[in-house]
Design a protein around this ligand. Structure first.
Ligand code: SF4
Length: 401
């Protein structure tokens, strides 16, 4: 019998069938009969040993790759790889967002293990949105093409709609980014709940890394309330920060949210000041977003900065981070193959983040089409209604009667 040797796929035999797990958090169930009708098989060391031709197994795996769901939420998942025909520029949720600055954002996955009250994209365990996961090699190749085209030193920001460390190929991604001479910083926004001491030991070799960690309270009950889950483990998070700040550059970034944690911020400042290896503190003001959760009435900027000023003086600490702290430079724009107002012909390729919406493609870009039900391979005419930073939205042009 031959045996698979996938790095990103694992198999587990259960009562119901063989669970096919892709990149740790995505799965599909292969029924026993699907495999039995092909021949003899067994699961050995989380791989599949089988007696039938490889092509037949590939057909089953291809089918199940199209049926993946997220283990955390049950939501549908789209895998975007080099042969998927889906470009990585154009969508706000996955791929590459280049905003004419020296911080280039990459989004290898969507999905989150928390459910924060202030989440600006309504992500997390209660999310009903579709998820995306991008092949690491494809993402890196396309990113490096952009970086090398401009030949300037950049920061790569792993700023996903969700928790980046849920990406099953994160170690390889970080190694690839670390090795590129034009990348000076790799920053990651993380809730840090999935980090451990041994993971942080490994991350120490990624010397360009900067972790931007959420810590919203020192009181366990408040922290659980803000994170939106009962099993949130504040003690673990505090240990990750304490241990991790000695290993990697770290910014602790509490989100000040009225009615939740205004009494917690000073406790966080006091705790950070006790640490031997102190992370930078960057307090953020909760802001409501159109597609985000409404946690509270936001503080006005005057109120926010007045509190920050008071805390800076009281604790003799710098809390205001400015553009200079992040070394952001302007960069030339990427060419836009179409602009707002253009009418273009496109092909639909998959459902977008919100069920009942579609992603279309044209000229090596994706275009989000809200409210258009996905029909495979359908072609339509769109009017481009958003083109900022090569992130495109379109609406269907109705045919004249
Ligand atoms: S950790 Fe981030 S992505 Fe996840 S729910 Fe909280 S704010 Fe949203």
């Amino acid at each position: 019998m031959q045996k698979t040797s996938f790095e990103t796929i694992q198999f587990h035999k259960t009562k119901e069938g063989v669970v096919f797990t892709f990149l740790d958090i995505f799965k599909s169930l292969i029924t026993f009969s699907e495999l039995d009708k092909l021949g003899v098989w067994e699961v050995v060391d989380k791989q599949l040993a089988y007696s039938f031709p490889e092509k037949q197994l590939d057909r089953i795996l291809d089918k199940h790759m199209e049926q993946l769901t997220n283990k955390l939420t049950g939501n549908k998942v789209k895998y975007i790889h080099e042969n998927s025909g889906i470009p990585l520029i154009g969508n706000v949720a996955f791929g590459i967002a280049y905003r004419d600055s020296s911080i280039i954002e990459i989004k290898p996955v969507t999905s989150c293990n928390l459910d924060c009250v202030y989440c600006s994209i309504s992500e997390g365990l209660s999310s009903k949105k579709n998820d995306f996961v991008v092949q690491r090699e494809y993402l890196v190749k396309e990113l490096f093409k952009i970086i090398e085209q401009f030949n300037q030193s950049v920061e790569v920001h792993v700023g996903v709609q969700g928790e980046p460390f849920l990406y099953g190929d994160m170690d390889g991604l970080l190694e690839d980014l670390q090795a590129h001479p034009l990348i000076h910083t790799i920053s990651i926004d993380t809730n840090a709940t999935l980090l451990t001491e041994s993971r942080l030991d490994k991350l120490e070799s990624i010397t360009k890394l900067q972790l931007n960690v959420s810590l919203d309270a020192m009181d366990e009950q408040v922290a659980k309330k803000v994170a939106g889950i009962k099993h949130y483990n504040l003690k673990h998070l505090l240990n990750v920060i304490k241990y991790g700040a000695a290993k990697v550059k770290m910014i602790v970034a509490p989100v000040l949210t009225r009615g939740y944690n205004e009494n917690e911020i000073e406790k966080i400042i006091q705790w950070v000041k006790t640490l031997e290896h102190k992370p930078i503190l960057g307090i953020q003001n909760y802001l409501p977003y159109k597609t985000g959760r409404r946690a509270a009435k936001p503080y006005s900027w005057d109120e926010f900065y007045s509190m920050i000023d008071t805390w800076e003086k009281r604790y003799n600490i710098k809390l205001k981070l400015s553009a200079e702290d992040f070394n952001i430079k302007k960069m030339p724009p990427l060419p836009k193959p179409f602009k707002k107002g253009d009418i273009i012909g496109v092909k639909l390729v998959c459902e977008d983040r919100f069920p009942g919406s579609s992603i279309a493609i044209a000229k090596n870009r994706t275009i989000s089409v809200p409210g258009l039900k996905y029909i495979p391979k359908k072609t339509v005419k769109l009017e481009i209604i958003r083109d900022k930073h090569n992130i495109f939205t379109g609406k269907v042009v109705k045919r004249k009667k």
